[in-house]
Design a binder for this molecule. Sequence first.
Ligand code: TEU
Ligand code: CA
Length: 533
Amino acid sequence: MKQWHKEIIAYQIYPRSYCDTNGDGIGDIKGIIGKLDYLKELGINTVWLSPCYPSPGDDNGYDISDYRGIAPEYGSIEEFKEMLDGMHSRGIRLLMDLVVNHTSDEHEWFVKSRESRDNPYRDYYIWRDPVDGHEPNEWVAAFGGSAWEYDEKTGQYYLHLFSKKQPDLNWENPKVRQEIADMINYWLDMGVDGFRCDVINNISKDFTRPYAGGNGPRLHEFLHELHVRALEPHGAFTVGETWGLTPAQALDLTGEARGELTTTFQFEHLLLGRVNGDKFDPEPVDRKAFVDILAKWEYGLASDSYPVLVMENHDQPRALSRFGDRENYPYESATMLAMLLYGMRGIPFIYQGQELGLHDPTFNSIDEYRDIETINAYNELKATGKFTEDELIKKMQYGSRDCGRTPMPWTTGSEGGFTSGTPWIKTQVDAGFTVEEQERDEKSVLNFYRKLIKLRKEIPALADGEFALLLNENNTSVYTRTLDGETVYVVSRFDESECPMPDCIPAGLTVLLNNYDSVGDTLKPFQSIWFKK
Ligand code: TEU
Ligand code: CA
């Protein structure tokens, strides 16, 4: 791991919803270029850009039809290079989204693959004969239905762990692995600094399992090969999107001597508030478990890896709506969550709009949704006949990925200043929740994030100090970060009520950051304080 890998403070841009400059209602690269100074002032030093490659858009760009291009709706490769230069000249590095578990069915590899059984591209994908006239196995796709799609022309099924327009690549084929390594080198040679690797633990399949998924027998081998062929020679940073790992499995993918990925996301805390992890089935969030899970990962990766600190992305509803108190303590709970999470050891990832403390937009009918997963889930649940329309809309409102995908509210003007045209998905602009207003307001979530990021860069114990959990009871937690005799205490009240200041906070500490104006004998609702000893 390089030193700069450890110092990353990342910001995820979902380009479709960031800033539109030509009035077509879709965010674009020029829009990002216009916001680079905003990003620099926020203090982040790395951008993760969600896919901006050519794509038919079945899954908003996670179905790629050309790995080496830029989608015309986002701009040109020249504009992309201009954006990259603009980032680098401001000390910001760029991580691209690497989506190599699957391509679009409109990628030329798949177009050829489905032509005939003996086409040279046939083995780029996973084709199987029917079994007794049915799908080869019981696997279901993440977006509903079987993971197998029958193709009339050649009489076989192909595998797709996501939509049927996202056929899975066959990583067993050495030609596929070489194509991917070459493509990675193409972007790294251009100056890109690394990748966020989409569902990367799925690339090796385990067909002995009854459910669809990855962590197959050759995962480590495939990743190490990419490391040697492309990533390591460029010193690139990678973060794997890996759902459902244990800390031990994460260490196996990221340990220094492994030569595989730099880090992985862990999302276990984001499964809270969902019955059996089902995003459309709400239950109250267990706030103690939230902290315990984060602490488990802090301890679990301490020996040989670096956790990623994340609570929002383009697949998640807004953290404020799920974990905070949007009605009564929007500012306090948004800032407390930031202090609780980003006081920990690891690499912060901030999702666009999170720095404004955005809450979920309100969707009134299914027609307002754009996300394939949401629309499919709605139709499946509706077909069961168990829910009223009102109940269905409530479910989608709770769990839909579109909650995090509405456009950035830049100004109080029309469509939040996102577009002069009709946005591809509804905008939600609430008083006090725009960049324009928050920049002016000293006590805004945006200005708070700026302070927090600055401190994380200045205080070595925050960047790399050892983590220890001292207390997690009755919705109050205390942990420390220690480095070279310097200790930072992070105390957080994850509740609507006050409580006494915990005894484990020694007297005479200096306040580094506080989301209330003062420190007293009690912790106020959602108060969090970073102290230094
Ligand atoms: O997501 C993978 C994933 O497993 C989930 O987060 C996904 O959003 C879904 O809820 C599964 O039920 C990644 C991308 O982040 C996501 O946007 C893509 O749709 C998906 O891979 C396929 O590329
Ligand atoms: Ca546009």
